[in-house]
Design a protein around this ligand. Structure first.
Ligand SMILES: [Zn+2]
Length: 84
């Protein structure tokens, strides 16, 4: 259905909005967030450099983190603290 396509595109834009420092590229590079693992109590995301496809960071989102993020929305993503 067309409206489903629009929704997933918007979600993808959010995923590509951040950048992290990449050791190989020696620069802050846009990253792709990939869902690596889904566990009953948490999800693990992998951040891949869009320049060289190296993994530049990982993030764990627990059920508790989700509640915290909702309570203090606007809080910076822990993975983004790697930025220079
Ligand atoms: Zn890179």
């Amino acid at each position: 259905m067309a409206w489903m396509d629009i929704m997933s595109q918007k979600q993808f834009e959010n995923f590509t909005a951040s950048s992290l420092y990449c050791d190989k590229c020696k620069a802050a590079m846009p990253v792709r967030e990939r869902l690596l693992l889904v566990l009953p109590d948490k999800e693990i995301f992998d951040y891949l450099c869009t320049g060289c496809a190296a993994s530049v960071g990982q993030r764990e989102v627990t059920a508790g983190d989700k509640i915290m993020a909702q309570a203090a929305h606007g809080r910076r993503d822990p993975a983004l603290s790697l930025l220079p």
